[in-house]
Design a protein around this ligand. Structure first.
Ligand SMILES: [Fe+2]
Length: 431
């Protein structure tokens, strides 16, 4: 049964007349989107895990389902029976309070359950969830469903980036999707200008109605010196200048850990760049493409972002500078819904372009708790707080982030060596 048919049948039989129709719709749309993202994949592609940080698409499809089964249905479902008793551990990611789990780096060995069984698991849980969503729900269950929807949206971005990494690792460099018409790339990117922000005490962090992750609050005050933020993202062409100036070979530009990382991994270019007969090419979701100089730089680590900023005479913004600037920008841009799955050149004349979408922007801020931060009670308290060590904050979402998932206070985080997400650079300036 399709999710739309499931919706109609469940609503017709609904025992609760005042169920939250928009929450039900949001749940079903989110579940459909995950399947839609996997539609171009062959069965074999669903098991790809080309590096330990990535996970197979089949695992993402099962784990997002596990979240609803474990945190909602097992606690609030009426006489709910788990789909399979082994799945509680099999598809646990990192929740120690829930139990054991297979090694993350070994998720590719899970040839069983089959993809068909994982699809059946999704249908089983969706049917039970629709029944739950059309029942009288306690407020705490409603909040957990919203968390589960946002959790699945995070995994949708990971499906895109993990599939990209897996297809790229194969020497065939197969495309994930093809575009019917060639992409129109502006011949000239807008020139980089600077937006000024005065010194002040600013309120930052989430407050108000609507969903936010626990790590976005509490709202609190920060002092910022006067600063300037670049009007757009750094482009491939600008990064190529850094490379041609010997950027990867100049230790004076690099953090100590960054220099070690460059040498140990023999990095000479961003991830997915490849030189063929003297020309640079770039692996995209549409396969290998000649490097487009006007497109935003993507797939660089924090170390590379920092070294480039140093070379360019600027620095990376703090996460608070970014948020202070972003609060005046509409939440729109090249996000998952555009279907491009690739960052696009800045073309408009906005004072601050590309703040949302295209690439996550590395900030100079370590991922630490805000003053007064308290993780949620219970197992879901392991969601964010326990990762607040050895990671840097990224802001703004990417071309793989759903529109309804991103906001100015959103804090993404990755270790400084990570490159496989859609990660790029916006410069700041000022003391
Ligand atoms: Fe997860």
């Amino acid at each position: 049964m399709s999710n739309s048919a499931l919706h109609d049948t469940a609503v017709a039989k609904s025992p609760a007349r005042d169920y939250d129709a928009s929450l039900l719709q949001s749940y079903l749309t989110t579940r459909d989107t995950s399947l839609h993202l996997c539609a171009p994949l062959e069965i074999e592609d669903h098991s790809l895990q080309a590096m330990p940080d990535a996970s197979p698409a089949k695992w993402h499809l099962a784990h997002t389902t596990w979240f609803f089964e474990t945190f909602l249905l097992s606690q609030y479902g009426d006489q709910f029976q788990p789909f399979h008793p082994a799945f509680r551990n099999l598809f646990n990611s990192y929740y120690n309070a829930v139990g054991d789990r297979p090694l993350r780096a070994m998720r590719h060995i899970l040839s069983r359950p089959s993809l068909d069984e994982v699809h059946a698991y999704r249908i089983y849980v969706d049917e039970a969830m629709v029944h739950l969503l059309t029942s009288d729900l306690p407020g705490e269950a409603r909040q957990l469903i919203v968390l589960g929807i946002n959790h699945e949206q995070q995994h949708q971005e990971l499906i895109v980036t993990d599939v990209k990494n897996g297809l790229w690792a194969n020497p065939m460099r197969q495309a994930y999707q093809f575009r019917a018409e060639p992409r129109k790339t502006p011949s000239a990117v807008s020139s980089l200008t600077w937006q000024n922000f005065p010194q002040d005490v600013y309120d930052v962090g989430f407050e108000g109605d609507g969903f936010a992750f626990d790590n976005e609050g509490p709202r609190h005050k920060v002092y910022a010196n006067a600063f300037r933020l670049a009007s757009r993202l750094i482009t491939n062409g600008e990064y190529l200048e850094f490379m041609r100036d010997g950027g990867y070979g100049n230790p004076l530009l690099w953090l100590s850990d960054g220099w070690d990382c460059v040498r140990n991994n023999q990095w000479t270019a961003p991830l997915y760049w490849e030189q063929r007969d003297g020309e640079w090419w770039n692996y995209t979701m549409e396969g290998m493409q000649p490097l487009r100089l006007n497109e935003p730089l993507c797939h660089v680590s924090y170390y590379e972002a920092d070294a480039f900023a140093h070379w360019a005479g600027g620095r990376l913004p703090t996460e608070f500078e970014w948020e202070i600037a972003a609060r005046s920008c509409p939440v729109e841009g090249n996000l998952l819904e555009s279907g491009a799955l690739h960052p696009q050149p800045a073309s408009g004349a906005e004072p601050l372009a590309q703040m949302f979408g295209d690439v996550w922007e590395w900030t100079a801020s370590a991922y630490t708790p805000y003053p007064g931060f308290k993780p949620a009670a219970g197992a879901v308290g392991e969601y964010n707080g326990k990762f607040m060590c050895n990671q840097m904050v990224l802001r703004g979402g990417s071309c793989a982030t759903p529109l309804s998932h991103i906001r100015a206070t959103y804090r993404n985080f990755f270790p400084p060596h990570a490159r496989w997400q859609f990660m790029g650079v916006r410069l700041a300036n000022g003391d």
